[in-house]
Design a protein around this ligand. Sequence first.
Ligand SMILES: [Zn+2]
Length: 383
Amino acid sequence: MKPLLLLSGCLALGVAGAAYAFGPSLPFIGGQAHAEAHSSPKAVALAHKTFIVQPPSPEAAREARAAEAEREKERAILLAAVEVREAARIRREAIENATAESVAHKRLPAYRSFQVDEPYIALTFDDGPNPSTTPRLLDILKERGVRATFFVLGSRAAQHPELLRRIAEEGHEIANHSWNHPQLPKLTVAAAEKQITDTDDAIFNATGQHAVYMRPPYGAMRGPLQDHLNKTLGISFIYWSIDPLDWKNRDPKLVHQRIVEQATPGAIVLAHDIHPTTVDAMPQVLDDLAAKGYRFGTLSQMVEMDKASNGKMATARAAKSAAAPAPVAQAPRAVARHQPVERAPQPAAAQRPASDLSPRTVTTTSIRPTPYAANRSANSALY
Ligand SMILES: [Zn+2]
């Protein structure tokens, strides 16, 4: 009997040892072993809870994943809505600030030229930036210390932010020429606004500056639409007084001749930096105009000098305070009929406060709407 008893004892010890050793990986047996070790009902329940963990069924796992994906989607939608609201708030604030600043900046709804005492001309270049032509033009302007205004397309600005930064850094002004050059009056009002705001976003993303001037593609505009965009987006519209038709006649000599012959103080020259022939014409254009005594200003500089802006602002203020209908203002183009000054003018810095012509002034722009409803309605008939 003794050997049999001994064998039974060894078997019992073996089972207990195995149960102890593999307890955690053998849930049922281990659970039992621990339950026996801790005999209270609570300990038994805990032991079962600890060790008997059923893996979720494939179906339950799928449902859990789907629910999580759904929650993720809802979070993304909420986040996007917050971003849209935030963007709208920022734009609204910019326009409200602009309204407050507009009197100080004296901008009018639209310009075709400027009324200036000194022989300044505004050179404007449309449709860029173009990496194969714009840098060469920038070199030409830089060599001569000339500042100009670039009416960029948003689609191209978004592709070449480095070019936009160079334009701004070299003291030129960047203005808005729509996203992809449509005829704005043929679009819905919302689509026309989007052409402008998307372009402004591209300009802002590249340079940290907003554009305050807009030239509608082809000069195509209707008075009511211009009034609306001026009022809601705070932009002034810029047309031109000298058109060398450089897009049509790709001939540097013709382009040069047309600009130099038509030049008058306060003129706005329309050109296109995307055409190599226009860039070819520029060195001679700049040198000949400089020889005639002309100097060059960005649009912001020209507006600062513009006597028509000051006069109209005063008129509008008077009309507003008297609660009388606004008088029809004179078009700026009616005033720039001076002959070119033959002698070379004094350095600009000596004639005007240095800050007027500093690069900081040139590039520091923000959305600032044109001021007065009275002036807007008066001018809409003129442009
Ligand atoms: Zn254009």
